[in-house]
Design a protein around this ligand. Structure first.
Ligand SMILES: Nc1ncnc2c1ncn2[C@@H]1O[C@H](COP(=O)(O)OP(=O)(O)OP(=O)(O)O)[C@@H](O)[C@H]1O
Length: 437
């Protein structure tokens, strides 16, 4: 094999993504690559000169005297955080010099994020941007504008709103509109896991921390969300001991795994959501007031669907299109009567419920137009549902549905009964009951 030419060796080391600098045993610079000059801010033509001329008290002098390897040292150079490895160069048992290789920490974090994304596909990515969230009512436009402004800050955000109003969608949108957009988005529903599982999910654990703990331990969601956003859904359901642990992490910006000693620094933005009134929970001693003040820096209130019925046509078309694409159903038109009936319902499950209703209608629809025959199951729902948000009683809902059905069918009772999914005798009985004959 031919020996490599010196300028060829230089080219190879210059191509390395790391900074590399080497000194001989007298601490003269033997070798420096382009990245090292750039990261350390060194001039050209320094080979052969003493390292101390450029880096006073260089740590390389210590390596020359101790002969010990030092890995993973962190230093701030020219306002940049650098991770440095230093190694002695040993030939025939003698220390002949020292070499240092280093990298900017932001580069390492980017790589780490890339690795995490590659190996963990379980929802580390946000999909919805704020502009993708459907709804142009005044309340929704206002919420989107506010969310975009909040996204630009580093503060913790609390999203409030009933179940199914789109809190998670907004959390994703905020993440993507923030400077952390390239980082991970990690979501967890605090109500879905029992206390000790939630604790180990959030904070991770070391090997042997408890019976059944995985070998090698496990990183928690705080660590996984490093450089990104952690969405804590239904934070109001979190137990008091976990609330205390969460508060500590938020204050110290460091996390300790269960059974661990080390404090691991984490840089995570918290977006929390709740459908509970946390102030009431504080009064009932179920929620810590200090945690509440910590997370309630910026609050985004999402309006229930019943307060923005004008968004229904846009939402309906959007959901229809999505369902159509998935099921190969091409439905082009919607009968106006559907909007009338949707407008009379209270939507306790908000957009999630609307989504379920529309998906079912699309799947049942046999033609290309959504009409009365596709909506009978919904009318039954409208008739039966006595819901807590509606001041009206079961009777009032039922009466409204009967009237709407009759109006739509121009008073044809057989057709009205069909639309409502009830038999003619039941219809007659109900009409009599409400004196609508
Ligand atoms: N504006 C919207 N446009 C389209 N789909 C929406 C919109 N808002 C919500 N959805 C849909 O409604 C469902 C519920 O949304 P999401 O999970 O964000 O609500 P949530 O408020 O977090 O609910 P919960 O409190 O029950 O966790 C999802 O399927 C979501 O895709």
């Amino acid at each position: 094999m031919q020996p490599m030419k010196p300028n060829y060796t230089q080219a190879i080391i210059d191509a390395s993504h790391d900074g590399v600098i080497a000194v001989d045993k007298e601490a003269n610079i033997m070798f420096v690559n382009r990245n090292a000059r750039e990261i350390l801010g060194l001039p050209d033509n320094i080979v052969g000169k003493k390292i101390s001329m450029f880096i006073p008290n260089s740590d390389m002098l210590r390596i020359l005297s101790t002969g010990k390897t030092e890995l993973g040292d962190i230093a701030t150079i020219l306002n940049r955080q650098i991770l440095i490895n230093r190694l002695p160069i040993v030939m025939d048992g003698q220390i002949m010099g020292a070499v240092s290789t280093f990298k900017e920490i932001t580069d390492i974090q980017k790589l780490e994020m890339h690795i995490r994304k590659t190996f963990n596909e379980s929802g580390l990515e946000a999909r919805y941007r704020l502009q993708d969230i459907v709804g142009s009512s005044e309340a929704m436009s206002e919420a989107k504008k506010l969310a975009a402004a909040f996204a630009k800050t580093a503060a913790t955000i609390l999203i409030t709103g009933e179940s199914g109003t789109g809190k998670e969608l907004f959390a994703q949108g905020i993440h993507l509109a923030s400077s952390r957009a390239a980082g991970p988005f990690v979501a967890i529903n605090c109500a879905a896991l029992p206390g000790n599982l939630l604790e180990s999910e959030l904070f991770g654990y070391e090997e042997g921390a408890f019976t059944g703990a995985r070998r090698g331990g496990k990183s928690g969601l705080f660590e996984q969300a490093h450089g990104g956003t952690l969405f804590l859904d239904e934070i109001g359901e979190m137990s008091l001991p976990i609330q205390a642990m969460l508060l500590r992490v938020l204050q110290e910006k460091r996390v300790r795994r269960i059974g661990g000693e080390k404090m691991i620094p984490v840089d995570v933005r918290i977006v929390a959501a709740t459908n509970r009134n946390l102030e009431e929970s504080i009064e009932n001693k179920q929620f810590r007031s200090d945690l509440y003040y910590r997370i309630n820096v910026l609050t985004l209130e999402l309006p229930p669907l019943r307060d923005r019925l004008e968004d229904i046509p846009e939402l309906l078309k959007h959901i229809m299109k999505e369902t159509g694409e998935r099921s190969d159903k091409n439905i082009a038109e919607v009968d106006e009567v559907i909007y009338t009936w949707f407008g009379q319902y209270d939507w306790p499950g908000n957009i999630r419920e609307l989504r379920n209703v529309v998906e079912r209608m699309v799947l049942l629809c046999e033609g290309e137009r959504l009409g009365e025959e596709d909506i009978s199951f919904f009318l039954r729902k409208l008739m039966q549902k006595s819901n807590k948000h509606n001041k009206g009683s079961v009777e009032e809902n039922e009466k409204t549905a009967l009237l709407s059905a009759l109006q739509y069918t121009n008073g044809n009772k057989s057709e009205a009964a069909k639309a409502l999914g009830i038999d003619r005798t039941t219809l007659w009985r109900k009409l009599k009951k409400y004196e609508l004959e």
